[in-house]
Design a protein around this ligand. Structure first.
Ligand code: HEM
Length: 396
């Protein structure tokens, strides 16, 4: 008899490489019950897909985090409409979408390009850099800040707080004090900024949210503040990790690198394959509203269920040669940005940022080379990627 499988999303060894365990789960325990921490985990694409689409059964109202402290009222304050079900979710998403229009996103392209050029030009001749510190960690925060209306001088501190918010200590199975403090820092910061915008509106999302109306309805301050917190984490952490993951995996796959080098038109495919192969959002939680059966295994009402997106994206039943990194593959079934009513509101922005940033990177540093010995991973329950990624910028 083979040993029972265990999934510990807080374990640093799991963060290093979760994929062998995902494979075992898909094969041997597609609906795993972890009795110690009392959650169920779904590893197959079919089940993760279903749970994402079935908000009636798999509720987000207790938050989408596995941390016990980040549920209930805390989830509402920290995760905004990510932690809501219809009809509250529908109303709030519609109101926020008023400010977050496709036009507003598309209009950001020249600024994203100008900022990418500025950051990368500063590295020309440097010989080496840290992808996160010098580029990937800065650009998404600048973009989201421009959108929201956060002035340049305040961005580094907000980024530090966002990093602390997702960091977890080895062995802890909850939110550490530093993350609680970081949450307070972000909240008080936006409280002040909101008061400023109320006095003097500008052309930014924050002012648009203060003004947003839908059928006579509007957002109150608490709702706007929790949305700001969501944006700073969702818009920043994930995209930073995507950029560095893309550069890392292309370097690890020289054949694929040749293809991308042949034509910039392959960059969107490179981005999509990176999202599928090693997504920056590895898992999401839901809470069952009624008893449900998946793969013959009953899950009771009120259970915490972990949707392993990173595993679903490697499911051979959907993606042939799933463990191969292939920039030309069909990634349409990828669940990287979620599915259904919570589908990522920032997907178009993330794709735009990644395409522009990687185009500009490739124009300057086509022969970059990762120094794997210096790479350091982020330790978070759901965010996967690097905290440090040193590279040589010119050919050896
Ligand atoms: C690589 C980049 C990104 C990834 C992988 C990602 C992933 C996701 C996923 C998986 C969800 C669904 C959560 C759920 O079903 O519970 C989501 C939701 C969301 N994302 Fe993203 N995201 C990214 C970038 C962004 C950016 C740049 C923004 C904002 C500018 C953003 C804002 C949001 C918001 C507001 C939601 C909540 C939508 C809702 O609940 O209706 N994301 N994201």
């Amino acid at each position: 008899m083979s040993a029972a499988l265990e999934l510990d999303p807080y374990a640093y060894a799991f963060h290093e490489d979760p994929y062998p365990l995902y494979r075992q789960l898909r094969e041997r325990a597609p609906v795993l019950h972890d009795a110690k921490r009392d959650f169920y985990a779904l590893a197959r694409h079919v089940d993760v897909h279903r749970a994402l689409r079935d908000a009636e059964t798999f509720s987000s109202s207790q938050g989408v985090s596995l941390d016990p402290a980040a549920s209930g009222a805390v989830a509402a304050a920290a995760q905004s409409f990510l932690a809501m079900d219809p009809p509250r979710h529908t109303r709030m998403r519609a109101l926020v979408s008023r400010g977050f229009t496709p036009r507003r996103v598309a209009e950001l392209e020249p600024r994203i390009r100008a900022r990418s050029v500025e950051l990368l030009d500063a590295l020309v001749g440097a010989g080496r850099c840290d992808v996160i510190e010098d580029f990937a960690g800065i650009l998404p925060m600048d973009v989201i800040s421009e959108l929201m209306g956060v002035p340049p001088a305040d961005r580094a501190e907000l980024r530090r707080a966002a990093d602390l918010l997702v960091h977890r200590e080895e062995g802890d199975f909850d939110v550490p004090p530093a993350a609680v403090e970081a949450f307070g820092t972000i909240r008080s910061y936006f409280q002040e900024l909101l008061a400023e915008r109320r006095r003097k509106p500008r052309e930014d999302l924050l002012s648009a949210l203060l003004d947003a109306r839908l059928d006579g309805d509007r957002l109150d301050d608490a709702e706007i503040l929790s949305f700001c917190n969501l944006m700073i984490v969702a818009g920043n952490e994930t995209t930073t990790k995507l950029l560095a993951n893309a550069l890392y995996w292309l370097w690890r796959n020289p054949e694929q690198r040749k293809r991308v080098e042949e034509s910039e038109a392959r960059i969107p495919g490179w981005v999509e394959e990176t999202l599928r192969y090693d997504n920056s959002t590895q898992l999401l939680a839901r809470t069952t509203r009624r008893e449900v059966e998946l793969q013959g295994q009953p899950i009771p009402a009120g259970a915490k269920v972990v949707l392993l997106i990173g595993s679903a994206n490697r499911d051979e039943a959907v993606f042939p040669r799933a463990d191969e990194y292939d920039v030309d593959r069909d990634t349409q079934s990828s669940l990287s940005f979620g599915k259904g009513n919570h589908f990522c509101l920032g997907a178009a922005l993330a794709r735009l940022e990644a395409r522009v940033a990687l185009e500009e990177w490739g124009r300057r540093f086509p022969s970059y080379c990762v120094r794997p010995d210096g790479a350091v991973r982020v330790h978070s329950v759901n965010v996967r990627g690097f905290a440090r990624l040193p590279v040589e910028l010119a050919a050896a």
